[in-house]
Design a binder for this molecule. Structure first.
Ligand SMILES: *Cc1c(COP(=O)(O)O)cnc(C)c1O
Length: 230
């Protein structure tokens, strides 16, 4: 068994245990394997172990992997910041974009999505803990942006995602995740019919699942430690 296969099994067990603990069905939480900085070989190993959805932060790096692994039929999520000059690549190569936090970016993605592809699946990124330098809309701005994004023809709004700062313990993490869940619930109460609440990573997926996450994004716990890209 490869290390990646073994790690994936461990993560799947953590997911299952967290769902049991929270009284939720295991099928309610999807696992996104975050493969940034790892090569096509690592992704191929994860695929061989049953993983089909992958998250990438750096567009250029992702396009290379997506192209090299076309034959595997994987699902690719953009989870990194998107500059205007990268929207075309994102629209052409990815299946999902989780980091939409400006209408202008969403409009470009919709305009540039090739006609032969299904709509791009989109999450609004919410800056839940108010970090001034972080990307994401503030919670009180999420509904207005979500309504505008939902109206774009080649995008399909699926939910919200958030990358809160790491918290020291379960209770502190839960407080932040609960506030993100509240944003998600308020958008649904406003009629948006969202099914995806993307929150939780290697270190805090249990707390995220406890608070209603439907998709955890896990890198380190599957692929190992990353060498920092400057
Ligand atoms: C890198 C990254 C992850 C994965 O983080 P790990 O701590 O390695 O699990 C998840 N989400 C986003 C947006 C990331 O950039």
């Amino acid at each position: 068994m490869t290390m990646i296969e073994k790690n994936l099994q461990t993560v799947q067990s953590r997911l299952a245990a967290a769902c049991r603990e929270a009284g939720r069905a295991g099928s309610e939480v999807a696992l996104l394997a975050v493969s940034k900085t790892f090569g096509a070989d690592a992704v191929t190993q994860a695929h061989a172990a049953g993983q089909s959805a992958f998250g990438e932060n750096y567009i250029q790096e992702a396009v290379q992997k997506i192209t090299a692994l076309r034959h595997l039929g994987l699902q690719w999520h953009c989870i990194g910041p998107i500059q205007s000059n990268k929207t075309r690549l994102v629209a052409e190569y990815f299946d999902w974009v989780q980091t939409v936090d400006r209408l202008k970016i969403a409009q470009r993605l919709s305009e540039q999505r090739p006609g032969h592809l299904p709509p791009l699946q989109v999450c609004i990124q919410v800056n839940a803990d108010g970090g001034a330098t972080k990307s994401g809309v503030l919670p009180q701005e999420a509904l207005a942006l979500a309504q505008q994004v939902a109206a774009l023809p080649k995008l399909r709004l699926r939910g919200i995602m958030s990358i809160p700062e790491p918290e020291p313990d379960f209770a502190a993490a839960c407080a932040v995740f609960a506030s993100i869940k509240a944003v998600f619930d308020s958008l649904n109460a406003a009629g948006l019919a969202l099914d995806t609440l993307s929150m939780g990573m290697s270190a805090d997926l249990e707390a995220a699942i406890h608070c209603g996450s439907t998709m955890v994004r896990v890198g380190t716990a599957i692929f190992g430690g990353r060498v920092k890209i400057p």
